[in-house]
Design a protein around this ligand. Structure first.
Ligand code: SF4
Ligand code: SF4
Length: 110
């Protein structure tokens, strides 16, 4: 490997081989549009809940993909289900259904 003179910050590294990706898999099965997200951030920019809290749909999706299930479930509880993100999303991601599935996981995740 080429030595670029720096290494990744350890705390920012996620080993996806060891991560618990069950929630991501579950969401993809029930809502395939989860995989269409390009992380553009339009949803977060228009988010009603984001005006009152630090909630970001985009960041929540990253947490799910990194296997941070507990964090994602906590974040999903902040969504007000207003639907603005669904209207603005350039990829037609069914955002509210993803929120619903994450909240549902709250009752099934140990
Ligand atoms: S607006 Fe859509 S594509 Fe963009 S980050 Fe949000 S969910 Fe992903
Ligand atoms: S539905 Fe939830 S995530 Fe989407 S804009 Fe409204 S509060 Fe934000």
């Amino acid at each position: 490997m080429i030595d670029f003179g720096f290494t990744p910050f350890a705390a920012g590294v996620t080993d996806l081989d060891k991560a618990n990706l069950s929630l991501a898999k579950q969401i993809t099965e029930h809502e395939p549009s989860f995989n269409l997200c390009i992380s553009c951030g339009s949803c977060s920019a228009t988010c009603t809940a984001g005006q009152f809290t630090k909630f970001s749909f985009r960041v929540m999706c990253h947490q799910i993909r990194k296997g941070n299930t507990t964090l994602a479930i906590e974040e999903a509880s902040k969504c007000m289900l207003c639907g603005k993100c669904t209207l603005i999303c350039p990829r037609n991601v069914n955002t509210r259904n993803i929120i619903r599935l994450v909240r549902k996981a709250q009752t099934t995740t140990p």
